[in-house]
Design a protein around this ligand. Structure first.
Ligand code: C5P
Length: 244
């Protein structure tokens, strides 16, 4: 049975392997996975994946958000597939073929998630980027279109905001994973930073998220393990049919 802790992914958004070591040690028993993003992976390469596996029971989410010609995406996925990570990401972007290549490159060894629309993106951003009016008026339409592409291409699920997760589950089914960043606990909701479409941990899980990704509210807390525990408690105290 899934416990409240099994929903929590900590974003290891730190500049060095030394910083990462501190957070892996502090949070090893408190999270389901550690997410390694571009900053840390560019610095440390696959060593960070080995370190997490050696020092914790947690899984690794390698969030590199691939976006390139499909041949390059497929070759990159081949390499990721050999790292022994649980999840990784590709931008849904504009190419169905790129998504298919990501999935075939993964060889079934890693779950491929399509990034639908970054939670830092607002209506203004989409409008400036030249999207059609119907998508500017309703970001959810764009998210659903991209999620549908990801599912047809064979992705294991998507990264989406907590605002869209209920609709994603309704349209694409329970087994299509929904991983939700843009999380701000009620005690930290003044600190939205660059995130625009945010929800609380409990709301995201109640809406159907399989995992929530939390970075700064834990990383920048005086005691990161206490912040993680507080988030897990908040999830546990919120009765919903997707949890516990
Ligand atoms: O610090 P914060 O909790 O905002 O961290 C969010 C993390 O989730 C970052 O590592 C960011 O790369 C990632 N992310 C996101 N929005 C997406 C996909 C991933 O914010 N759509």
């Amino acid at each position: 049975m899934k416990s409240a802790k099994d929903y929590l992914i900590f974003a290891l958004d730190v500049p060095s392997i030394k910083d990462a070591q501190y957070y892996v040690k502090a949070l090893a028993g408190h999270v389901a996975m550690f997410k390694v993003g571009l900053e840390l992976f560019i610095r440390s390469g696959p060593d960070i994946v080995s370190l997490i596996k050696e020092r914790s029971e947690a899984g690794v989410f390698l969030d590199l958000k691939l976006h390139d010609i499909s041949a390059t995406v497929k070759r990159s996925m081949n390499v990721i597939a050999d790292l022994g990570v649980a999840l990784t990401t590709v931008h849904c972007g504009e190419s169905f073929q790129m998504l298919e290549s990501a999935v075939s490159g993964s060889q079934g060894k890693v779950g491929v998630l399509g990034v639908t629309l970054l939670t830092s993106i607002s209506v203004q951003d989409i409008s400036q980027a030249g999207f059609e009016g119907r998508y500017v008026q309703n970001l959810q339409k764009l998210v659903m279109k991209r999620a549908s592409m990801a599912q047809k291409a064979g992705c294991s699920g998507v990264v989406c905001s907590g605002l869209e997760v209920a609709e994603i589950k309704k349209r694409f089914g329970k087994s299509f994973l929904a991983v939700t960043p843009g999380i701000r606990p009620s005690w930290d909701c003044d600190e939205k930073d660059d995130q625009k479409r945010v929800v609380t941990p409990a709301t995201a899980v109640a809406n159907g998220a399989d995992f929530i990704v939390v970075g700064r509210p834990i990383r920048d807390a005086r005691r990161p393990a206490d912040a993680a525990k507080k988030i897990v408690d908040e999830i546990a105290s919120f009765p919903g049919d997707n949890q516990l």
